[in-house]
Design a binder for this molecule. Structure first.
Ligand SMILES: *[C@@H]1O[C@H](CO)[C@@H](O)[C@H](O)[C@H]1NC(C)=O
Ligand SMILES: *[C@@H]1O[C@H](CO)[C@@H](O)[C@H](O)[C@H]1NC(C)=O
Ligand SMILES: *[C@@H]1O[C@H](CO)[C@@H](O)[C@H](O)[C@H]1NC(C)=O
Ligand SMILES: *[C@@H]1O[C@H](CO)[C@@H](O)[C@H](O)[C@H]1NC(C)=O
Ligand SMILES: *[C@@H]1O[C@H](CO)[C@@H](O)[C@H](O)[C@H]1NC(C)=O
Length: 423
């Protein structure tokens, strides 16, 4: 009597989980994407916000010109006519920044950042768009000269540690994990476009040096936020860990799609394993909310700590990218959980106007903020990377299925009931 009913119950559970799995494939609608993009355009003003916006818009609108595309680098010199409209926001960023450079830098000549900033690193994030504007022959500005001045500024003017880590700050030697997204990807891209292998090597070395300083072996390899200099933030800022993972991957992708692919085998494998190391460190801290606290190693209800959807979005995007680039699928289940949570309307992580929430105030990293320019870009990065992963056949998706099965007590109960009644 009991056996058939248990079996039917189990079949019902299986059917329900299957259906739930399909319904749970939450995705952003086109209108949501366009709202998020508009909000981003309204609030991205600081150097790294412009640089991040440019790089994310390439992923979203003109993937063939993003370093994550499987197409070879350097990209074509000519932008296909059906992409000129789509890529125009990125080119506007390059044009406005280079056009405003003299005013921003008080008519300086020679080595100088693309924009004035207390950070030595952040303006370099715009360098990718500026290099691409030069490469694709956009007129009206000296893009090559501006990119070279930015490079020379980093290489010749910014202070370094004794072992060569370029400072994140202009006024003193100070290392921030944010640097990883701002500088190494620019150096690698510059090296690949100008066929200067030493710059590609420098990009890798900067990653290695920064990891040596900031990785905290007492915290399961989370990276600390700010060390050296007149103050520090020894906490494990979640956004900084996501910046680091994303920067490592951009360098990996740039090398992998370039002529240097075969000459940097061990460097590439380091970059991939350092990214996985951050995934492991971060996702082992994620609770059932599927959203990281602002400081990953502190309880979310610690005074001053709070949930931060921005770092959650950027880190999840790096999981899809690592899966696509390197075939490491291990943390996809976590990324899927975060993505579904952020993209589900009922969770209210995206307002009806397209704002991501709750978010850290990126201009004051210990405080919760209203809106986050970089956070708006991170949602688009998550959407773009997830879409690319789906288009590529969602490889490694069964890793996600495995985890949800492991975490499903009903299925285990059914299995047990089955075994008991089989005897
Ligand atoms: C642009 O045109 C090419 C073929 O010429 C096509 O492969 C590509 O998908 C088109 N891209 C967009 C965004 O329409
Ligand atoms: C920069 O040069 C322009 C044009 O030559 C001039 O009008 C402006 O006053 C200069 N700005 C500074 C800060 O020197
Ligand atoms: C600028 O573009 C030209 C033409 O494609 C290329 O030869 C040059 O190396 C580029 N310069 C930089 C700094 O990328
Ligand atoms: C961080 O700064 C504090 C206060 O200035 C100092 O006591 C501490 O030693 C610093 N920690 C590190 C790891 O530099
Ligand atoms: C979520 O809400 C947005 C408007 O805020 C709407 O465009 C979208 O279709 C909704 N998605 C679902 C799955 O209901």
């Amino acid at each position: 009597m009991r056996w058939p009913s248990s079996r039917h119950f189990c079949l019902a559970v299986l059917a329900w989980t299957h259906a739930a799995g399909r319904v749970a494939a939450q995705e952003l609608s086109d209108s949501q994407v366009s709202q998020i993009r508009s909000r981003l355009a309204e609030v991205a003003l600081k150097s790294w916000e412009l640089g991040t916006r440019a790089q994310v818009l390439l992923e979203l609108d003109a993937p063939a010109f993003s370093v994550f595309s499987p197409n070879p680098l350097p990209p074509p010199h000519e932008i296909p006519s059906n992409l000129t409209g789509l890529i125009s926001s990125v080119m506007s960023i390059a044009r406005n920044v280079v056009g405003g450079r003299a005013a921003s830098n008080k008519n300086a000549t020679g080595p100088q950042p693309l924009m004035q900033d207390g950070s030595a690193a952040d303006p370099a994030s715009i360098g990718i768009a500026v290099l691409l504007a030069n490469w694709t022959g956009q007129g009206g500005q000296d893009y090559a000269g501006a990119a070279k001045d930015q490079l020379d500024f980093l290489m010749q003017r910014v202070p370094r540690t004794d072992d060569g880590a370029i400072s994140h700050r202009v006024s003193e030697v100070q290392l921030w994990n944010d640097y990883m997204y701002m500088v190494p990807p620019f150096l690698a891209y510059y090296g690949v476009l100008t066929r200067d292998k030493s710059l590609v090597t420098e990009a890798y070395n900067q990653c290695k040096l920064y990891r040596n300083y900031l990785r905290d072996t007492h915290a399961n390899n989370l990276w600390q936020h700010i060390l050296l200099g007149s103050f520090n933030d020894t906490g494990h800022w979640s956004t900084g860990n996501a910046w680091a993972a994303s920067g490592l991957l951009r360098v990996l992708a740039t090398i992998q799609h370039s002529e240097y692919d075969n000459q940097f085998k061990h460097e590439k494998s380091d970059l991939a394993s350092w990214t996985t190391e951050i995934h492991e460190a971060m996702y082992s801290r994620m609770d059932n909310s599927n959203v990281f606290p602002n400081y990953a190693s502190r309880a979310v209800n610690d005074p001053g700590n709070f949930y931060d959807a921005a770092s959650t979005a950027l880190l999840a995007s790096t999981v899809y990218r690592l899966s696509l680039l390197w075939g490491t699928h291990r943390h996809l289940p976590f990324a899927e959980r975060s993505r579904k949570t952020l993209f589900t309307n009922s969770s209210n992580h995206l307002t009806s106007e397209g704002w991501l929430q709750p978010v850290v105030n990126p201009h004051s990293f210990g405080e919760q903020g209203q809106h986050s320019p970089e956070g708006q870009a991170f949602v688009l990065a998550l959407h773009a990377s997830y879409s690319d992963w789906v288009k590529d056949g969602a490889k490694g998706a069964n890793a996600a299925v495995r985890l949800s099965v492991v975490g499903m007590p009903w299925l285990w109960a059914c299995l047990l009931v089955g075994i008991v009644f089989a005897f």
